[in-house]
Every structure is written in C-alpha cells, then in structure tokens.
Design a protein around this ligand. Structure first.
Ligand SMILES: C[S@@+](CC[C@H](N)C(=O)[O-])C[C@H]1O[C@@H](n2cnc3c(N)ncnc32)[C@H](O)[C@@H]1O
Length: 225
C-alpha cells in the first residue's frame, strides 16, 4: 500500500485542536490530530452532495439566487450547489479555518473540481455565525455542514447555531420560501422540534455516504414559509 503523507496542519480556533491534511496517491483526508477516525475523505462525499441538491432544489431555475454554504471542507457541497443553481446566482462559502481555504486553492481543490475558481463562488473567511447574527434576509438557501450534526464538534462555539437564538437568526437570514438544509451523521427528533419552534416547516431525508451504500446520514430540510 502506498504511503500516507502528512501534507499540512491547521489550528482550530477556540482550543478545538489541530486539523491534519493527509494524502495517499490521489486520495485526501482531513482528521483531528490524535483522533482515530477521519473527519473528511475525498472518496466519500455523496451525502455532502445530497445536502446541496436537496437544499437548492427549489431554486434551480431562479435567476440571481443567493446560497450560503458553511463550511468549505473539501468543497463537495460548494461544487454541487454551483451545479444546482443558475449562471446568474451567487454561492457564498463561510469557512472558519484559513488553511482549509488555502488547501482547496491547492491540490485538494482538484477533488471537487476546483469550485473556488468558479466566478459565482465567494469566500467569507470566519465564523458563519457572524454572518447569521446580522439577520439580513439575503439567502434563498443556507447549507450547513460545520459539525457532525446539530451539536458543536470542531468548534464549541457552534452550539449557538443550533440554539433557539441561532435557529431564529438562521430563519431571519432566509428570504421567504428559503431553505435551511443541515447535514447530520444521524437523526435527531429534538432538533426537528427546535426547528419547528423557530417557525420552519420541517422534513428530513436519509442519504447514504456513498451512492447506494455506506453509512446513513440525515439531511434536515427546514423551509421558511
Ligand atoms: C465537515 S466539513 C464540511 C464538508 C463539506 N460539506 C464538503 O463538501 O467537503 C466542516 C467544515 O466547516 C468548517 N467550520 C466549522 N465550524 C465553522 C464555523 N462556525 N463557520 C465556518 N466554518 C466552519 C470546518 O473548518 C470544516 O472545513
């Protein structure tokens, strides 16, 4: 088996630890330093794509639609969002860790087809919560994949996003009939209740990690009426 090479590391804000970028031939992975499993692997991205397909289905023909993606990761959700929206649309990606953006501007960017090079993509470096707290109804879709589910993982500050204040701010950041789509490693009935309390009309969909196989992930779909 070919050797696994450590390409780079990055510190996660708020004492979240260290991210490590690894490469074995054309396969990349990102893991938390010291943890056994990987956070992301460039060969496993079906549910990240489904997040964008499901979250943007209602705007596929809309001119000048605005989509917010958080965060960038390996770029699969961003790339799929770009493929799902019209040529006049704009997809903003909020990413907390500057090095993740740099990695995607380098060889890692090839995995998802260099979505940052698309002139419709715009990077917003920093915490997506800062954008959401402005509560400007600027987005037709918000695609959230910053944690393993509706609970802060790499960044403990992310818990705010899933609180009633955070969900209310997400609601207020959407245009009428806008869609909030949230990636999760599994189901969470409490989160559905919280989304409904915030005013959303909610459904969820089970998707597989790889097309037709692999782990079962959940996409929460919360529509602003
Ligand atoms: C699981 S990855 C996203 C994977 C992505 N959907 C894809 O297709 O590759 C999570 C990303 O969210 C970023 N992140 C975590 N918390 C964030 C926050 N509060 N604001 C912006 N980005 C955040 C992480 O640095 C990481 O790049």
């Amino acid at each position: 088996m070919k050797q696994l090479n450590k390409l780079a590391t990055a510190m996660i804000p708020n004492n979240g630890g260290e991210l490590v970028l690894l490469q074995r031939e054309d396969e990349f992975s990102i893991k938390l330093s010291g943890a056994r499993g990987v956070l992301m692997n460039s060969r496993v991205y079906n549910s990240e794509q489904e997040l964008a397909k499901l979250g943007c289905a209602h705007i596929k023909n809309k001119e000048s639609a605005d989509v917010l993606v958080g965060g960038l990761g390996m770029g699969y959700t961003l790339a799929t969002a770009l493929a799902c929206v019209t040529a006049s649309s704009r997809v903003t990606v909020a990413e907390l860790i500057p090095e993740v953006v740099e990695w995607n501007q380098g060889p890692l960017g090839e995995c998802a087809g260099k979505p940052l090079a698309d002139e419709r993509s715009h990077v917003r470096l920093g915490d997506i919560a800062e954008l959401i707290k402005q509560q400007k109804p600027d987005f037709d879709a918000i695609l959230l994949d910053v944690d393993n589910g509706p609970e802060g993982m790499t960044n403990s500050e992310n818990n705010w996003l899933y609180s009633s204040a955070g969900l209310s701010a997400l609601y207020n950041s959407l245009r009428p009939e806008g869609m909030l789509a949230v990636w999760s490693a599994g189901p969470d009935s409490m989160f559905i209740t919280q989304l409904k309390k915030a005013g959303f009309k909610v459904s969820n969909k089970m998707v597989r990690a790889r097309p037709g196989k692999g782990s079962r992930h959940t996409i929460f779909l919360a529509k602003k009426p």
